[in-house]
Write a protein that binds this ligand. Structure first.
Ligand code: FMN
Length: 273
């Protein structure tokens, strides 16, 4: 997720957020509120990336205050103008990530705009912007949509069973998983197995360890050692969820500044439990 303005100003911080163009199946998500600014960013970005997504759902105050992210849903005429303009400028796949509405459910109207303006796919977090992350995601609220374009349901999908129920209740083509996959990257495969074969298995200690090590080495490759160590700590809670002694282990881990020590500690903890 990058700011269109930041990108156009050539901000180094924004550039750092961009994935390598060689990476496959990666979308650059842009946020902003000015159709012209967003279009200029999309023009340049879509020369390099095959998939551009518009953020029309972020509830963070700093973003919404400027009419961007979820703030776009406050004025659906402006929202339409943004989508229309972007469609003209994105050369490849153009998708939108959104919510049910600003502070009430207006998803039918929002969806109609997206279909009419020629968006390729839509991703919907089934809460309003005002709800942020409170209350429960309302998967059923998407059942009224005619699904003329590939439509994905998001919100509170933490297990393969949740994914199945979200698909059934929403009638969507697919699901989007966010918090549930933090420190549990195998969740995607579990969901796939469950939907295709009706069963799935929990990862063994060895598999957890391999996932963690791969995650860490990709982070080091991407961000360098120092940043990788900071970043992986955000995921440790997920990797060690429900394991005995996890809280004490996490506290210890937060103090570590050395990559090798970090790996050894994780290995020893898993072996112990
Ligand atoms: C740490 C974090 C970062 C997120 N970043 C983005 C983002 O950059 N763009 C976006 O459209 N949604 C973002 N989301 C929202 C998720 O895509 C998703 O819609 C929301 O978390 C609800 O799904 P969940 O219950 O599976 O987490 C983020 C959520 C979390 C928790």
């Amino acid at each position: 997720m990058v700011s269109a303005k930041g990108f156009l100003m050539n901000s180094e911080k924004t550039r750092e957020l961009l994935p390598s163009p060689e990476e496959k199946n990666v979308a650059v998500q842009i946020f902003g509120s000015d159709p012209e600014e967003l279009s200029r960013a999309a023009d340049v970005l879509s020369d390099e990336y095959p998939w551009i997504d518009l953020n029309a759902g972020c509830p963070v105050r700093k973003v919404v205050k400027k009419g961007a992210g979820g703030g776009l849903l406050r004025d659906l005429d402006l929202f339409r103008a943004v989508v229309k303009e972007l469609r003209k400028h994105v050369k490849g796949k153009f998708t939108v990530k959104t919510r049910l509405g600003w502070n009430e459910n207006q998803i039918s109207k929002i969806y109609e705009i997206l279909v009419e303006e020629g968006v390729d796919e839509v991703f919907i977090h089934t809460r309003t912007v005002a709800q942020a992350f409170t209350g429960k995601a309302d998967w059923k609220s998407l059942s009224v949509l005619d699904k003329k374009i590939p439509t994905f349901v998001s919100g509170d999908i933490f297990s393969p069973e949740d994914a199945k129920r979200a698909l059934e209740e929403s009638g969507c083509h697919g699901v989007l998983v966010a918090r549930g996959a933090i420190g549990r990257p195998w969740l995607f495969k579990q969901i796939k197995d469950f939907l295709e074969r009706g069963k799935y298995s929990e990862p063994s200690t060895d598999e957890i360890l391999r996932s963690f090590e791969m995650h860490l080495s990709l982070l080091v490759e991407d961000k360098g050692e120092e940043k990788a160590i900071k970043e992986i700590k955000k995921f440790v809670a997920g990797y060690t969820k429900n394991l005995k002694g996890a809280r004490r282990f996490r506290d210890e881990m937060m103090k570590i500044k050395n990559l090798q020590t970090l790996k050894e500690m994780f290995y020893n903890f898993l072996r112990e439990v």
